[in-house]
Write a protein that binds this ligand. Structure first.
Ligand code: NAD
Length: 357
């Protein structure tokens, strides 16, 4: 098992990564003595796949626990689910000494973290992420929250988990499109932070796509190390953490303009390629580097071109209303070489047109 520390002073926590770790969660939680009792929260699919293994691990270590479920999918990530879960916790008599366990993808992690943050003004929670996206991204860093009709992730708080348990073996049951969703974020880490890792991804494409246990674990560990370092340096996204938005400014515009028919990972892949085109147009990035970024993204079967049928002006209007835009000016994370980026809001409209074309 590998352990990565997220260094946040008193709120520091470990990310543990290992094949078969799901069965060890109970033993580790007993040793850490985080709480006297646990409530596992999972969507219906993940509960059916892995709920029993996790619950057996807890009860087998003398830990009492309950399971609460909700229907899978982004549509559940809303205030109604939060209210239902909070009521269920109250009915179970859960108090401040108890702990929630998020078992699932990013939707489950965001929901569970948010309930944990606001129930009784805050109770502990731990993350047991089961999608690649959740393992390399959403379970680390403490962003929690839900969607409202006016926009995705518009309501939420920063609230860090007490520990993150990553079992790379659960990725073998992940549908191929969910794997791809996570792979877009994986490539992102290489471009923004680590050229050697980017090269590793290019060289191990087949093993990664086949979820080779050793290679995928190496990938997850490196991504968590990078995310942990970035979050430890800038927990609340005042500065450095903004680099994690590479591909996301343009990606969000693509996602929203497609009315979310284009999945997040696909949109981020297109956004990363578009941002690298922007960087070339601004004279910040060599054409050969941009070519290499597109090549690795395409090599994983991720899209590199924004579909022509998407309304250009609609994408531009989403760029201006992006929740990370300041006074209608979006910021862009642009690569200057593979492994290094710069952040700017100084991008002429013609260049945005070019990137979206
Ligand atoms: P998800 O949680 O909906 O999971 C995707 C699907 O995979 C679900 O149907 C789920 O039931 C299924 N699934 C999960 N694990 C499985 C497994 N091991 N085997 C088989 N099926 C499995 O979606 P996601 O892509 O994991 O997360 C997306 C969410 O994460 C979005 O809401 C996004 O806003 C959020 N997010 C949050 C952060 C953050 O920092 N908090 C970062 C990125 C994304």
């Amino acid at each position: 098992m590998k352990i990565i520390d997220v260094g946040l002073g008193k709120r520091s926590y470990p990310i543990m990564v290992g094949a078969g770790l799901l069965r060890e969660v109970g033993r580790d939680l007993r040793q850490r003595a985080v709480a006297k009792r646990y409530v596992v929260i999972a969507d219906d699919r993940v509960a059916a796949l892995y709920g029993k293994t996790l619950i057996d691990s807890l009860t087998g270590n003398g830990i009492s626990c309950d399971l609460l479920t909700f229907p899978r999918g982004e549509a559940s990530k809303n205030m109604v689910t939060i209210a239902r879960l909070a009521s269920s916790l109250a009915q179970l008599g859960v108090d401040r000494k108890d702990c929630l366990v998020a078992l699932g993808g990013g939707v489950t992690g965001d929901i569970t973290g948010f309930v944990a943050a606001i129930y009784m003004r805050g109770i502990p929670f731990v993350q047991v992420p089961t999608t690649l996206l959740a393992q390399v991204d959403s379970s680390v860093g403490g962003k929690t929250g839900v969607d409202i009709p006016e926009g995705k992730n518009l309501v939420g708080v920063f609230y860090q988990p007490r520990a993150v348990y990553i079992d790379s073996r659960v990725l073998t049951s992940l549908p191929a499109d969910e794997l791809l969703n996570g792979l877009a974020e994986v490539v992102k880490y290489g471009v923004i932070y680590d050229r050697d890792f980017f090269d590793f991804l290019g060289a191990n494409r087949e093993q990664i796509l086949q979820v080779d246990p050793q290679v995928i674990e190496e990938v997850v560990v490196r991504c968590c190390q990078i995310k942990a370092a970035v979050v430890a340096a800038d927990e609340k996204e005042a500065d450095l953490r903004r680099i994690l938005n590479y591909g996301h400014t343009l990606g969000h515009a693509v996602e929203a303009a497609s009315d979310f028919a284009i999945a997040h990972g696909m949109a981020v892949a297109m956004g990363m390629v578009a941002a690298s085109k922007l960087a070339v147009a601004k004279g910040l990035l060599a054409v050969s580097e941009a070519g290499r970024i597109s090549q690795v993204i395409a090599g994983f079967g991720l899209p590199v071109a924004i579909p022509r049928e998407l309304d250009h002006n609609l994408m531009k209007s989403f760029l201006k209303t992006d929740k990370k835009a300041v006074a209608g000016r979006p910021f862009f994370v642009l690569p200057t070489r593979i492994g290094q980026v710069t952040i700017t809001d100084d991008v002429a409209e013609e260049l945005i047109d070019l990137a979206l074309a």
